[in-house]
Write a protein that binds this ligand. Structure first.
Ligand SMILES: C[S@@+](CC[C@H](N)C(=O)[O-])C[C@H]1O[C@@H](n2cnc3c(N)ncnc32)[C@H](O)[C@@H]1O
Length: 346
């Protein structure tokens, strides 16, 4: 499948938002965040609006720069970004012990990059749950092209209130998605409810690490940059996630921040001092070219007004992520494998 080009990027900008309303959506989105005077409580109370605006605005930038899987990965020397992303997805499938024909749930599935890879790797049927209409439309098209549209489906719903009966799935996973939940316990409890007893839930969570100091102003600035740049109500600590899992009823089999043992840093592709031809669009030069291209597309009316502003907050996110990674106060790969006990009730 070829990479999307400049015109694909321009036509997808704004997602399902009317092109004339993109600029006001950007302004409204920005106002939710600390840099614009926004409060955590307001972001949590309006998480559906905030997160959906975010993904309508950024999805085509993500696909243009990163690919179909919207997540980071630990990386070995000599491994390409693409290879590391696939390996990170296979790792989840292996941890869950997926078997052919099992019914699996992908919570917060994006446009389905991981879903297509994991379903082909494990011969399972995967349901992708996502609350963003634009991403689902795009994901269905990509599933059809990849030939997995008979075994995999998308369901549009909020992961805080899933439209599935109790004990439906043989396995559940979430990749860098449940960080958008206004409350981790509420989200994990829903996952627990739809998972069959004795079965497993595995995830990669975005978390602040134990090195994060909530009284350090630089740390607070980095956290706020990641929140605005990535559509997050509040980034939880690894300890808070672990506690929420246990409260929801799960037994934690094992957990680890995979960033700690990654031979190459996960944020390398976003680091301005790094240059790579294979991830050229993510490098400082590549981003400079994209920035000018978006400016030109917006000027001639091919991209909606507000597109450059989206690119600005994504650039801010990249800075926050790289700084958070370098200072080891933030991780996008806090991994855990959890089991719903056999005696687990709803
Ligand atoms: C960073 S993306 C990760 C997507 C996918 N897991 C991947 O790795 O490609 C986060 C995803 O979570 C979804 N999401 C956020 N909040 C949600 C909610 N309340 N209910 C369902 N999906 C949600 C977003 O729409 C987006 O698709």
């Amino acid at each position: 499948m070829s990479k999307p080009g400049a015109l694909d990027l321009a036509s997808g900008l704004g997602g399902k938002i009317e092109k004339d309303d993109v600029l006001s959506a950007v302004e409204k989105y920005e106002k939710y965040h600390v840099h614009y005077g926004g409060e955590e409580e307001e972001r949590k109370a309006n998480y559906t609006d905030m997160v959906n605006k975010y993904y309508d605005l950024v999805t085509s930038f993500y696909e243009f720069g990163w690919g179909q899987s919207f997540h980071f990965a630990p990386r070995w020397k000599g491994e390409s970004l693409r290879e590391s992303i696939k390996r990170h997805e296979h790792f989840l499938a292996l941890q869950l012990g997926l078997k052919p024909d099992q019914k699996v749930l992908d919570v917060g599935c994006g446009i389905g990059g991981p879903l297509r890879e994991i379903s082909r790797f494990s011969s399972t049927s995967i349901t992708g749950l996502n609350n963003n209409e634009y991403q689902i439309t795009r994901g269905k098209e990509l599933n059809r092209i990849a030939g997995v549209d008979k075994t995999c489906e998308f369901v549009k719903a909020d992961f805080m209130k899933m439209p599935f009966p109790d004990n439906t799935f043989d396995a559940v996973y979430a990749i860098e998605a449940t960080c958008h939940a206004p409350d981790a316990y509420g989200c994990y409890k829903e996952i627990y409810r739809v998972l069959k007893p004795g079965q497993y839930f595995a995830a990669y969570e975005w978390c602040m690490t134990d090195s994060f100091d909530p009284n350090n102003s630089e740390h607070k600035k980095i956290k706020a940059e990641i929140e605005i740049g990535d559509g997050l109500p509040d980034i939880r600590s690894t300890g808070q996630c672990l506690e929420a899992l246990k409260q929801a009823g799960f037994e934690v089999v094992w957990e680890k921040d995979l960033a700690v043992s990654s031979p190459l840093p996960w944020y390398l592709p976003l680091d301005k001092s790094h240059f790579s031809l294979s991830t050229f669009r993510l490098t400082a030069v590549g981003r400079f070219i994209t920035k000018n291209m978006v400016m030109a597309l917006e000027f001639v009316g091919l991209a909606p007004r507000g597109s450059q502003r989206v690119q600005n907050f994504l650039a801010q996110a990249a800075e926050g992520l790289v700084e958070g990674g370098k200072k080891e106060i933030f991780t996008p790969m806090y991994f855990f494998l959890a089991r719903k006990p056999l005696s687990g009730s709803q």
